[in-house]
Design a protein around this ligand. Structure first.
Ligand code: HEC
Ligand code: HEC
Length: 375
């Protein structure tokens, strides 16, 4: 059969399958009358800074959809006993991370990993520390149903939503539908994608306007963006090579093969297998999603288990304590030639000063991301 005939047959098959039976009731979200106000993605994403992310084609940005997602994010009714919202573990002032190493879910249960910051997620293709999720829309069902987070069942949740007048009104406005969990996940996806941080001094500096930095920050920027290079006479390195994994405008490598998922030398023996627990491959054991460093000053404690409370402790790890015997250590960490960086006290202070330029106070206090139920 020629290619054209095949294409033609496919087109007919699609047409047939799309023809709607007039006797069938509307499925959720399929009403033809679409009342929502479209938002131009260019107004959400700073193309000049980050470029345009690839966006889901079946979930356009709308004012009503984003607002519905924001309400749902902050509404504890998403949990079984109506006590825990997404915002309970993801707080705006902490860049949507939690200030505790582990978060408290329903009935006082705790999470087994540190709550992630939620920043520029539209540019990420893998989610969670173990990179097990590819889709924000599907991701939201995980915390909702996890027994130690919100412990909710989806049928009960759609019943709960349907009883609340503001959701009856907003699902209709946003999707032309009755409250239902599919459109709920689309609304949450929209809200999560709007959490864009682009106003830190790092964003102004990137990719090299050194004139905007003070002297300590400049030295820190050179360490951060420099290759490890020991000076034979002083024994000091001129670079600490952070940029390979945390570089670029997003301060995060998203390509899993280029440092986007890595073992940064925290442990020689892994309690948490990370990505290896998902793939079951030995080479992935102890590797984790590389987090963005934007807003790092406020998103601690740090690492997948929140083991470090301060940035000094993080810097001490990279400087003095990398576990070179760790089987899956990322090659970019062993670019240290199995030699600790041994940064001087001044270099550590400089590196920290540069990390502090990544704080975006506009993001942390943007009223559009705040709890809509708190006036
Ligand atoms: C009880 C605390 C808790 C609640 C409630 C919670 N989360 Fe999380 N969230 C976490 C933890 C812990 C992680 C990291 C889990 C992991 O990596 O295995 C996380 C990770 C995430 C991530 C991944 C970010 C990334 O860059 O990989 C997203 C997105 C997210 N949560 C969104 C939500 C949404 C939306 C809700 C509400 C439907 C929610 N969370 C409810 C604790 C919570
Ligand atoms: C080989 C890639 C790689 C390099 C190089 C690297 N990191 Fe990381 N970084 C990671 C990974 C992966 C994590 C998460 C590890 C975990 O939690 O198990 C991380 C975590 C962090 C965190 C904690 C983030 C959070 O939200 O908890 C900070 C801060 C950090 N790195 C700073 C640095 C600095 C500063 C440098 C340079 C000295 C550096 N990193 C070099 C991969 C890297």
């Amino acid at each position: 059969m020629s290619r054209n005939i095949l294409l033609g047959l496919t087109a007919i098959a699609i047409l047939v399958s799309c023809r709607r039976d007039p006797d069938l009731p509307d499925l959720p979200g399929t009403k033809t009358q679409f009342k929502a106000t479209i938002v131009n993605p260019a107004d959400v994403f700073p193309e000049s800074t980050f470029g345009m992310p690839s966006l889901p084609i079946d979930n356009p940005f709308t004012v009503e959809g984003i607002y519905l997602g924001r309400m749902l994010f902050y509404d504890p009714i998403l949990s079984f006993d109506s006590t825990i919202s997404c915002g309970s573990c993801h707080s705006q002032k902490n860049a949507f991370a939690d200030s505790k190493p582990f978060s408290s879910g329903i009935y006082g249960f705790g999470t087994t990993r540190n709550s992630s910051s939620l920043i520029n997620l539209a540019y990420s293709k893998k989610f969670f520390w173990d990179a097990r999720q590819n889709s924000l829309r599907e991701l939201v069902f995980e915390p909702i149903q996890a027994h130690n987070e919100m412990a909710m069942t989806l049928p009960v949740l759609s019943q709960k939503l349907a009883k609340i007048p503001r959701y009856v009104a907003y699902f209709d406005k946003a999707f032309g539908s009755q409250p239902n969990i599919f459109d709920m996940s689309k609304a949450l996806e929209l809200f999560l994608m709007t959490l864009v941080s682009k106003n830190s001094r790092y964003d102004d500096f990137f990719p090299g306007k050194f004139s905007l930095l003070n002297n300590a920050e400049k030295r820190g920027a050179l360490l951060f963006n420099g290759l490890v290079n020991f000076d034979a006479s002083t024994g000091l390195t001129s670079g600490a090579d952070c940029f390979h994994c945390h570089g670029g405008a997003l301060a995060q490598q998203n390509n899993p093969n280029m440092g986007g998922i890595a073992n940064n030398g925290l442990d020689a023996n892994f309690i948490d297998k990370g990505y290896g627990g998902i793939t079951n491959r030995a080479m992935d054991r102890g590797t984790f999603k590389t987090p963005t460093l934007l807003n790092i000053a406020v998103s601690g404690p740090y690492m997948h288990d929140g083991r470090f409370t301060t940035l000094e402790q993080v810097i001490n790890h990279y400087s003095d304590n990398v576990q070179f015997q760790s089987a899956t250590l990322n090659p970019m960490m062993s670019a240290h030639s199995n030699q600790q960086l041994k940064l001087s006290a001044e270099q550590k202070t400089d590196l920290k000063a540069f990390l502090l330029t990544m704080t975006d106070t506009v993001f942390l206090s943007n009223p559009a991301y705040g709890n809509p139920f708190k006036k």
